[in-house]
Design a binder for this molecule. Structure first.
Ligand SMILES: [Ca+2]
Length: 511
């Protein structure tokens, strides 16, 4: 109970700092989000995949080594980035487009909405993947809703020209520009003619079109760095080599955008944030909330905070911190309002990252919450991640973990399937059976087991740790009004006689 109390004290102390620095004139923000991008860059010690433009950005950034998404799925993550609220609170439970049709609640106050109301010009180029429009209104919008996603998300020459158009608009207001690259997302499921990662799209070969600003960089399967959570096989290596080529397009696209920013004279007044929405689309990655699906690259570059340029920080960051960080940069406060009514005031549980640009912070805890990816893929999970431990609760643990359409067709997953069917060695740290069937609780000691291979949830030596983490996780679920707070063993009653004192009522199903 003491820890829950501490947690709420922390939340109640949360407030926005006044403006940092002493810039004259406008302050602007540029957020760049890669699609399923990971740590395949020198900044994070990958010596093979060449990313000179991200390297350059990192030399003017603070690089976070402990940054995490709050959900490892595209639309839910983007909704969390743009609202500061976990998916179970903003309503974007799964993918937005097509028959999945998930949307945030109509009453959610997103970042673009708040900025529009505060006299800040908002723009989006590339992948939006959230809705409804009334919740996520951008004044300048070139997205999959009015263009082809391949063009606005992968054609870096077009992206450059759209950024130029936005920056050259005659407008004295400060701006918030959000770039949603579709690279390095897979495309074997939707556009296989361009390769598994669209690594041939725009490379100038017959039928591939030409992106004038892109110089493709090619890699051999032998030279790629196989992440420890991916099987080391020829199929997975070829898949990674294709991914690296697409990352070269993302990296060069970022270089073009930063060039446009400089040409427009905004390199001295713009906060730049680079990250990704979810884990890489490989086994144990995207749609998982193991470290391999949850850890994200995060670069934060401020022209007003040069003392930590080129440094790394181990302070924890969450993509739920993006909204508080941007509001802090603009000197704006988050409004008081309700989503679920009944005096349930919305509180951001993230924090501004700007203090880390001045000095090291002691942040060491993040939370995550996943319900679906595709509409058929209900697999709710709730997570707390600290410096030492990673606790995962699989709420519907008796169900097999679902596989999405895109990943199913990928060479890496087909390789695991075929090897399993033929009884061949997987060269993987799991079997498909234990990948599909997971216990209710998973607890990993990250100091001794960074790859998360030994589940300690039933180890009596860790009983106190488990209890402490469960309490903290439940406190976060409570403050974010998680409808799943009683799952899987109880039913939440919070209406009628329970309105002022919600309770979890037991289903008496054996526990
Ligand atoms: Ca994604």
């Amino acid at each position: 109970m003491a820890n829950i109390t501490r947690f709420f004290v922390f939340l109640s102390c949360f407030c926005f700092a006044s403006r940092v620095g002493s810039a004259s004139g406008n302050r602007n923000v540029l957020v760049i989000i890669g699609d399923d991008a990971g740590f395949e860059m020198q900044v994070y010690n990958n010596t093979v995949c060449k990313t000179p433009h991200l390297n350059s950005l990192a030399s003017r950034s603070l690089t976070f080594t402990q940054a995490f998404t709050s959900v490892s799925s595209c639309s839910p993550s983007r909704s969390a980035i743009l609202t500061g609220l976990p998916q179970h609170q903003n309503g974007m439970y799964g993918l937005h487009q097509g028959y999945h049709h998930f949307n945030s609640f109509d009453t959610v106050r997103s970042l673009p909405l708040l900025l529009n109301q505060s006299g800040i010009r908002t723009g989006i180029v590339g992948k939006k993947h959230v809705g409804p429009e009334s919740v996520y209104p951008f004044e300048f919008a070139h997205t999959e809703e009015n263009n082809h996603i391949m063009q606005v998300g992968r054609n870096i020459t077009l992206i450059k020209l759209l950024v130029r158009k936005f920056l050259q608009q005659k407008d004295d207001r400060p701006f918030f520009l959000y770039i949603g690259f579709h690279d390095p997302h897979r495309c074997g499921h939707t556009n296989p003619q361009f390769g598994n990662f669209c690594e041939k799209f725009g490379n100038g070969e017959p039928g591939m079109g030409l992106i004038p600003d892109w110089t493709p960089v090619h890699y051999s399967p032998e030279e790629v760095v196989v992440p420890p959570f991916v099987q080391d096989t020829p199929a997975a290596r070829s898949d990674l080599a294709a991914q690296y080529t697409t990352i070269s397009r993302l990296d060069q696209g970022i270089g073009l955008i930063l060039q446009e920013l400089q040409a427009a004279g905004h390199d001295k007044d713009t906060l730049i944030l680079y990250s990704s929405d979810n884990g890489i689309p490989f086994p144990n990655g995207r749609t998982n909330l193991y470290n391999s699906g949850m850890a994200e690259p995060l670069l934060l570059s401020s022209p007003l905070h040069t003392s930590r340029w080129g440094q790394t920080t181990d302070s924890f960051a969450s993509l739920l911190d993006v909204v508080p960080t941007v509001l802090d940069w603009f000197g704006l406060e988050y409004p008081e309002y309700e989503i679920f009514g009944k005096n349930k005031l919305v509180k951001l549980t993230g924090k501004s990252l700007l203090p880390a640009l001045k000095e090291e912070q002691s942040w060491n805890t993040v939370y995550a919450s996943h319900d679906l990816h595709e509409v058929t893929m209900f697999y709710p999970m709730r997570i707390i991640r600290t410096g030492d431990y990673h606790l995962i609760q699989n709420l519907n643990f008796a169900m097999p973990f679902p596989i999405d359409q895109d990943f199913y067709l990928s060479p890496s997953f087909q390789d695991l399937l075929n090897r399993t069917r033929k009884g061949q060695p997987l060269h993987w740290f799991k079997t498909l059976k234990n990948y599909y069937y997971r216990p209710q609780w998973e607890l990993y000691d990250l100091k001794s087991d960074p790859q998360e291979t030994v589940n300690l949830a039933d180890n009596s030596d860790y009983r106190d740790v488990l209890q402490e983490l469960r309490s903290q996780l439940q406190a976060w679920q409570k403050v974010t009004y998680d409808p799943w707070i009683c799952a899987p063993w109880g039913v939440l009653e919070d209406e009628g006689p329970y309105k002022d004192n919600p309770v979890c009522m037991s289903m008496d199903n054996g526990t």
